[in-house]
Design a protein around this ligand. Structure first.
Ligand SMILES: Nc1nc2c(c(=O)[nH]1)N[C@H]1C(S)=C(S)[C@@H](COP(=O)(O)O)O[C@H]1N2
Ligand SMILES: [Mo]
Length: 408
C-alpha cells in the first residue's frame, strides 16, 4: 500500500510534517531520523475527516473504506458511516459557484453546459433514498482470491439523494434516436498524476439513464454532498453497481455505442456470461457488463460475537435489497439452514431503496449459534448459502450474511 503521507523517496512529506506540527501543537523531534515509509503512530489508521472511527481502511491511496455491518444499522445511511470507494485522487479546490455540467456526445442534438445553479433553477427537484452497493462488495469471499480491495459485507449504503432527474436534463438538451448509453466523467484525477487519463468513466444504457430515480444530485441526507462522496454534483443510479454513480460529475456523454470509458471493458465490472470453473480463463467477448445488482441482505443487529443470556429474547434486524427489483421475502435460520423463520419485512421508502426486516429469535439453550439471513426478490430469486459463481474480479457475491452469537 502506498501512502499519501510520504514523498517518492519514502520520507514524510514536508506538508505532512507541517500539518502534524499544527495538530500536535509541537514539532516532531528527530523527524529526520524517521525511517523511509514509516507512518508515525499518530497517523496510523487515520480515516478521512468526518468518518466514524470504526470504519475499516482497506486502502488509503486511493481511499477505500468499508463499513462494518453493525454500523449499517441506520435506516438512512449517515455520511459518517458511508463506505468510500475511490479509484483516483479526490479533487480539491472545488467551487460550486463555478461548477458546470456539460452534456455532449454523438447522440445529443447539441452540446450544452449548465451551471449548478441553472440545474437547480430549471428543473424539478426530486428526493429518493437509493441503495448503492459496490460491484466488488463481498469480494473477500472468493477463492481463488480476486485482486482488488477485499471488501467483506460493508460496501453498501442507502442515503437520501436530492437533485434533478437526468431524464429531464437530457430531454431539454435533445437526444438523437441513436442514443444507446450515457457515460460520466468526474473531476477526480488518475493516481499516476497523468491528467490525460480518467480514473473511472462508466455509464448505463438509456433505459436505466431515463428512469425516474436516476438523479443528478447535489445533496445527500438534506445537506451538500460530502467531499468524499462527490461534492458538488453526482450522478446517482440506484440498484446498479455503485461504480455507475459518478462522483464529482462535470460531464455526461450520450453515446451511440456502449460507453467505452475507463473501467467499462476487460474484466472491470464484467462477469462471465456463463458459469466457469474457479480460476478459469475465458475470451473477452464472453464477458457481460454487470447491470442490476443481485438480491442481498445484511444483519445489522446484533453485531457478530454478541453474548446473550439463556432465555434472553433477541430481535435481529437488518436491511435487504434486490437491485432493480424489490425484496419479497426475508428468512433467518439459527440451525445452519435446516429450518427457516420468516421475518417482518417493510416496504421500501421508494423504488430502489433497501428494506428493513426483523425477527424475534428464541434459542433452545446455551451454546454457540450462527444466525443466517436470506432474502428473496420479487422474481423468486434467493441469496445462495455458499459463494456464487466465481468470476475473475470477484464481483456480485450475494451469499447469505452470517453472524455468530453465544448464549452463555
Ligand atoms: N468520479 C468517480 N466516481 C466514482 C468512483 C470514482 O472513483 N470516481 N468510484 C465509483 C465506485 S467503484 C463506487 S463503489 C462508488 C462509491 O461511492 P461512495 O464512495 O460515495 O460510497 O462511487 C463510484 N463513483
Ligand atoms: Mo465500486
Amino acid at each position: 500500500m502506498t501512502s499519501p503521507f510520504h514523498n517518492r523517496r519514502g520520507f514524510l512529506k514536508k506538508s505532512v510534517l507541517a500539518s502534524l506540527t499544527t495538530l500536535l501543537g509541537t514539532k516532531i523531534a528527530f523527524a529526520k531520523n524517521m525511517p523511509a515509509g514509516y507512518v508515525p503512530l499518530i497517523l496510523e489508521g487515520e480515516l478521512p475527516a468526518g468518518k466514524h472511527k470504526d470504519l475499516i481502511v482497506l486502502s488509503d491511496r486511493p481511499w477505500n473504506v468499508e463499513t462494518p455491518p453493525h454500523l449499517l444499522d441506520d435506516v438512512v445511511t449517515p455520511a459518517d458511516k458511508m463506505f468510500i470507494r475511490n479509484n483516483g485522487t479526490v479533487p480539491t479546490d472545488i467551487d460550486p459557484k463555478t461548477w458546470t455540467l456539460t452534456i455532449d456526445g454523438e447522440s445529443v442534438k447539441a452540446t450544452k453546459t449548465f451551471t449548478l445553479q441553472e440545474l437547480k433553477d430549471k428543473f424539478k427537484h426530486h428526493t429518493y433514498q437509493l441503495t448503492l452497493e459496490c460491484g466488488g462488495n463481498g469480494r473477500a469471499g472468493y477463492n481463488p482470491p480476486a485482486s482488488g480491495n477485499q471488501w467483506s459485507e460493508g460496501a453498501v449504503s442507502c442515503a437520501e439523494w436530492t437533485g434533478v432527474r437526468l431524464r429531464d436534463v437530457l430531454e431539454s438538451v435533445g437526444l438523437k434516436p441513436n442514443a444507446v448509453y450515457i457515460g460520466y466523467y468526474g473531476k477526480d484525477t488518475h493516481l499516476s498524476g497523468d491528467t490525460s487519463k480518467s480514473p473511472i468513466s462508466r455509464g448505463v444504457p438509456m433505459r436505466k439513464a431515463l428512469e425516474d430515480e436516476t438523479l443528478l444530485a447535489w445533496a445527500m441526507n438534506g445537506r451538500d454532498i460530502p467531499q468524499m462522496h462527490g461534492h458538488p454534483l453526482r450522478l446517482v443510479v440506484g440498484g446498479w453497481p455503485a461504480s455507475t454513480s459518478g462522483k464529482w460529475l462535470n460531464r455526461i456523454s450520450v453515446r451511440n455505442i456502449v460507453h467505452d470509458g475507463e473501467k467499462m471493458g476487460g474484466d472491470s465490472y464484467r462477469v462471465p456470461a456463463y458459469p466457469i470453473e474457479p480460476g478459469a480463463k475465458i475470451p473477452d467477448e464472453d464477458f457481460k457488463i454487470i447491470e442490476s445488482m443481485p438480491v442481498k441482505s445484511v444483519i445489522t443487529y446484533p453485531r457478530t460475537g454478541a453474548l446473550l443470556e439463556p432465555g434472553q429474547p433477541l430481535t435481529v434486524r437488518g436491511h435487504a435489497w434486490a437491485g432493480d427489483l424489490a425484496v419479497k421475502d426475508m428468512m433467518v435460520s439459527i440451525d445452519y439452514g435446516a429450518t427457516w423463520q420468516p421475518c417482518a419485512l417493510k416496504a421500501p421508502k421508494n423504488r430502489l431503496a433497501w428494506q428493513q426486516w426483523s425477527a424475534a429469535l428464541r434459542f433452545p439453550g446455551k451454546g454457540y449459534y450462527e444466525i443466517w439471513a436470506k432474502a428473496t426478490d420479487t422474481k423468486g430469486q434467493s441469496q445462495p448459502m455458499v459463494i456464487p459463481a466465481w468470476n475473475p474480479k470477484g464481483y456480485i457475491n450475494n451469499a447469505c450474511h452470517r453472524i455468530a452469537v453465544k448464549i452463555v
